[in-house]
Design a protein around this ligand. Structure first.
Ligand code: GLY
Length: 492
């Protein structure tokens, strides 16, 4: 028997608990959580564990819970506990952790740290960037270099505050510069305002284009073991419109790749993540133990290119890959802790997977309105239709499941093809309803042929330009023509 403490209470953590519970090591699962997720609660109770309610971001709380239950190891789901040093505190108490310590988790927390690391170690897939500690310097830079950019909060800020502005044409340049200045001020005054744990405030990155995908990997700090690719869909509404969310649904497979990413691109993506894991070890002297994920884009500049890193599983991306993981997650965890991940042979069921997130109206911009609604989920009907529910941002109050303001449930389905899995998941959405008069929403297009063909077409176009550039030995190099300044060549 093995005792495990899970940190966090979203759908990703429900999927981790579900996967750990399938282990042949007869695990007893405990959770340190801010709410009672009904899915995690059920697994804890069925395995003989329990939930300790408190603040999963507080290192002392988690370390005390881990000691109280004498767990063999802790598995951290979300990023914030990592940024705040939960793994450091738990390990100080003598309990090993799956989940990055504070220093290596900077790969996600600080976008400037990540970019500097990639440049220092000349890792392919890196983008040009500038990081600013104050808003005036950032605006002065914008005034001088009016080009296409991605403006980002320099810290992981819950996926909010990123704006990509194309600015190649000579017309409307002053108007576009004004939009950039306004958004830069917004990042400084609004999106970065809650965070005092980082000096860099604003990141200005070169803009790239292409289909996005996520490569999630287990790592013990030396070896990485990549999981099948997943594509998350970040926009709130159909056909990639509306505000950015944490992800409204995701697709994967069949096999290790996606219909628009080939095997070579998969291997290059994995080697980029491996390069970063090794660079973290060399630069910090602190191995990254847990899950690291590259949020990638297929670009004409590099082919596989890093947009961001996660120091954890993505959510919903975890829900695509964990149900098809055939290797025992307790064995994987023990190999990570012992630095023996190279001995693990990762196996997955060969199937296409689709996850559809269902959220109360108001999410993502008005979480106050999306919060506090009683919700019912007909799990029996969903199971009958061949799918499975993972509970997300919900809690239990007086026996009633209440929404927490973000994605309430994630419906997982698998089939031979992505559109078939999407049809199954879609048919289950009606099994989720709010008991009051408030509404729910989801994206019916995720996994459908129209969106899939759009991704395939874009990838083909990008790949053609990439292959041409490769032939001409131009990978990682870019030539810009900036009005008034002339030709500028960048060499990575
Ligand atoms: N799916 C986006 C994230 O996990 O941050």
């Amino acid at each position: 028997m093995v005792k495990i403490l899970l940190v966090g209470n979203g759908a990703r953590e429900h999927a981790i608990a579900d996967t750990l519970a399938r282990s042949t090591h007869n695990p007893k699962i405990y959770a340190a959580a801010s709410d009672k997720n009904p899915g995690i609660l059920r697994i804890c109770e069925q395995t003989g564990g329990e939930i300790a309610l408190g603040k999963p971001n507080e290192p002392k709380f988690v370390a005390e819970v881990a000691q109280k239950f004498s767990v063999d190891f802790t598995f951290i789901g979300p990023e914030e506990p990592q940024f705040l040093g939960v793994a450091d505190e738990v390990e100080k108490a003598g309990i090993p952790c799956i989940g990055a310590k504070k220093a290596p988790s900077e790969i996600e927390m600080s976008k400037a740290f990540m970019r500097r690391l990639m440049w220092n170690h000349k890792i392919p897939g890196r983008l040009r960037f500038m990081a600013f500690k104050n808003v005036d310097d950032a605006i002065a830079y914008i005034n001088e270099y009016a080009e296409s950019v991605a403006l980002k909060p320099a810290r992981q800020a819950g996926g909010k505050g990123v704006k990509v502005i194309a600015d190649l044409q000579a017309y409307l340049q002053e108007e576009k510069a004004e939009v950039k200045r306004k958004h830069t001020r917004d990042i400084y005054e609004k999106h970065m305002q809650p965070y005092t744990d980082i000096e860099d405030r604003i990141l200005i990155e070169q803009k790239v284009e292409g289909p996005e995908y996520t490569i999630q990997c287990f790592t013990d700090g030396k070896t990485i073991k990549p999981l099948p690719l997943v594509q998350d869909n970040k926009n709130a509404y159909e056909m990639d419109t509306g505000p950015e969310t944490g992800g409204m649904g995701s697709i994967g497979g069949p096999g290790l790749t996606l219909p628009f990413i080939n095997e070579e691109e998969y291997k290059i993506s994995a080697s980029i993540v491996e390069g970063v894991v090794r660079a973290i070890d060399r630069e910090l002297g602190e191995p990254f133990r847990g899950v690291i994920a590259g949020q990638m884009m297929l670009t004409a500049l590099w082919g596989p290119t890093i947009i961001e890193f996660y120091s954890r599983f993505g959510d919903p991306e975890a829900v695509n890959v964990l149900p098809i993981l055939e290797t025992d997650l307790v064995d994987i965890s023990e190999a990570i802790i012992g630095g023996k991940l190279h001995k693990i042979d990762l196996k997955f069921k060969d199937t296409a997977t689709v996850v559809k997130c269902v959220a109360p109206k108001g999410y993502p911009d008005r979480r106050d309105l999306a919060k506090g609604h009683p919700i019912s989920v007909d799990e029996v009907a969903i199971k009958k239709r061949g799918a499975k529910v993972f509970y997300g941002s919900v809690g239990l109050e007086n026996g009633e499941i209440i929404t927490g303001g973000s994605r309430a449930v994630e419906i997982y389905a698998e089939a031979e093809t992505i559109p078939e899995a999407a049809d199954i998941a879609e048919s289950c959405v009606e099994c989720v309803r709010l008991k009051d008069s408030w509404g729910l929403f989801h994206r019916s297009d995720i996994g459908g042929l129209t969106l899939l063909e759009k991704r395939i077409e874009l990838a083909q176009l990008i790949r053609e330009i990439y292959n041409y550039r490769k032939e001409k030995d131009l990978i990682g190099r870019q030539v810009d023509w900036i009005p008034g300044r002339g030709r500028i060549e960048y060499q990575a």
